[in-house]
Every structure is written in C-alpha cells, then in structure tokens.
Write a protein of this length. Structure first.
Length: 83
C-alpha cells in the first residue's frame, strides 16, 4: 500500500522541482503534475510527485489523521495471547 502525504513547499529548486517539508523531514519532488507551485503551498506527495494542491486546513486534517493512525498501530493486540 502506498500513501499520499501532505507536505509544504519550502523551496522552488528548479524547473518542475521543489523541496518540501513535513515534521522536519525534507525531500526533493517533482512539481510537473501541478500548476504554478509556490513556496508555502501545501501539496499531496505520492511517489516523489506533487499530485494535488490543498489548503492548509486540509493539510492539517490529513496530518492529524496520519498521527492518529500511527498511534492506533502502537496499541498492543490483546487478542494475540488467545489460543
């Protein structure tokens, strides 16, 4: 399964290339699939490509959802000890 992750553009690094950041992690990605990328835009990243622009409210909601899913995956499985 692949995830599409919301990240913020922090630098335009060349034609169709940007640097994005989320939670201190940075990556160079292609912006060839979106129009007029700008520093400060929030984008959905999949397989190294920005595939969609979103507003900050939507980005915050998606990031919160990822964090909640990560917390849920840390809960021990109480049924694992059953025969």
């Amino acid at each position: 399964m692949c995830l599409a992750v919301p990240m913020k553009i922090v630098e335009i690094a060349g034609k169709n290339i940007a640097v994005v950041e989320a939670d201190g992690a940075k990556a160079r990605i292609s912006t060839s699939l979106i129009t007029n990328p700008q520093v400060g835009d929030f984008v959905i990243i999949h397989a190294g490509y920005a595939i969609e622009k979103i507003n900050q409210k939507e980005a915050d909601l998606r990031i919160l959802l990822f964090k909640e899913l990560a917390e849920l995956s840390q809960i021990p499985d109480n049924n694992a000890a059953l025969p």
